[in-house]
Design a binder for this molecule. Sequence first.
Ligand SMILES: Cc1ncc(COP(=O)(O)O)c(C=O)c1O
Length: 391
Amino acid sequence: MPFDFDRVIDQHNTHSLKWDAMESRLGLDHPDMLPMWVADMDFAAPPAVAEMLHLMADRSVFGYFGDDRDYKRAVCDWMAKRHQYEVDPDWITTSHGVVAGVGSALHSFTQPGDGIVVFSPVYHAFGSTIRAAGRSLIESPLKLVQGRYEMDLEGLATQIDAKTKIIILCSPHNPGGRVWSRQELIDLCKFCETHDLLLIADEIHHDLVFDGHQHWVTANAYPDIADRLITLTAASKTFNLAASMTGNVMISNAQLRETFMTTVKGMGASSPNRIGIEMVTAAYAHGEDWLEALLPYLQANANRFDEAMARIIPGVRSMKLEATYLAWCDFSETAYCIDEAVARVQDVARIAINKGPVFGEGGQTWLRFNLACPRSTLDEAIRRLETAFQD
Ligand SMILES: Cc1ncc(COP(=O)(O)O)c(C=O)c1O
């Protein structure tokens, strides 16, 4: 294999959130904890990223960033090639990561007390950002239909009022890995039109989609949504570059874009991180082969994990991933209450996971396992789970 995803890279004591913050964040202090929580991968990024960083290090002059044309070209080329979405470079504002883009959008387009909708369970930083901004969180619980999530727009219609201003969509969805169909996206966009809502589409997981599923860029699924749409992307999930802290906020409507940029300037946050920009430009320009090799590796990990879980823990339901590397497992039909399951996974198997309630309504009986690790690490996790649940 040209890219060695089997290579185990020691990340202890590297200031990694995933590897070095299990004790401070989760209270898990066993020296051989396996981290399967934070959505980082344990793989080396595409080689072009390290080459770019070596070039920068050799030069060793780290001045301000001043010309974003190559960066924006790389983003637009990627979106056109991988997602058939023609983005005008002028639509793009970079943000200090996607969550910062969400926060800036909330401050741009809503007032304290306004209602913001999320489809829960969902990526937890949406809720924490909404609450910290003094906006009101409206959780629209996803329906479980034949083991996969569906939005409940009828139910949502009864939850919103005149103060509801924005829906945040996670597409593909985290957790659960749903790839929304074109029809589902059209229905959601029409809902936004009917109720005069803006739509923030966080599409950060758009490249991590498995065979047999197609990610629709929201703007392509329903082009009429353009004037009420804010699309967020990043290379961080695709290429394992969370440290780049660089996200893309794409807004085609000029008035919305100007409002957004005024907010960003008002926060003094309009100057991008040059190192992050260089990393991402290199990855988009030269990382496609790496991604193509990664996807089957992740799919194989997901299959291996699901088979093992079904064998080890009777009744556990691992949602069939259509995208992402984040296994989402329901313990409600097992012999274990969720606290018991967490204790066995974290204290006995010594595996750090994300607990479902963090993701909001509907997550109570679930645990999230990050499977983006070398096969040998996954097998070690499976062995530990076998022991922890052997009775
Ligand atoms: C849906 C979603 N959005 C955003 C992020 C984080 O993005 P960033 O690190 O660019 O703020 C994550 C990370 O897991 C995520 O799953």
